[in-house]
Design a protein around this ligand. Structure first.
Ligand code: MN
Length: 138
């Protein structure tokens, strides 16, 4: 048993992987045979990930605010507190905040044999982000 007190600094999401201001708090870090990597991710309005995939998939669980998520080729989906989304292993996708709202979600992934949790691609352009008026977001 190991207790990590609430003293770990919040990290800012990297410019390579995110658009806008995004803040990340670690919840669980892989250790020994545990592959669980969990974090709370706080997106400011309009903030979002770049396009990416996860080797073993990902579950996100919305804690507060209003967010958006999209898989490659699919519609932009509005996600709200209590909603959870599973992204299949290798499924290209992004997730983030609504244009005018913060969102915080819990992210849960299992790292691969090399400890990788994600493979990152291009940023989600403003055109892609605004491509469809996500209904019921206001
Ligand atoms: Mn993801």
């Amino acid at each position: 048993m190991k207790i990590t007190r609430n003293s770990v600094e919040t990290n800012q999401g990297s410019r390579e992987s995110f658009t806008g201001a995004v803040y990340i708090d670690a919840v669980a870090i892989p250790s020994g045979t545990s592959r669980l990597n969990a974090s709370t991710v706080h997106f400011t309005p309009g903030g979002r990930t770049a396009w990416h995939t996860h080797p073993n998939g990902q579950t996100i669980y919305v804690i507060e605010g209003i967010g958006r998520a999209q898989r490659r080729g699919g519609p932009i989906e509005v996600i709200r507190p209590g909603d959870r989304v599973f992204f299949e292993p290798g499924e290209d996708h992004w997730h983030g905040a609504a244009a005018n709202r913060f969102v915080t979600h819990l992210s849960m992934v299992e790292v691969d044999d090399k400890g990788n949790s994600a493979s990152w691609g291009a940023h989600v352009t403003d055109q892609e982000y605004m491509a469809e008026a996500a209904a019921g977001e206001g």
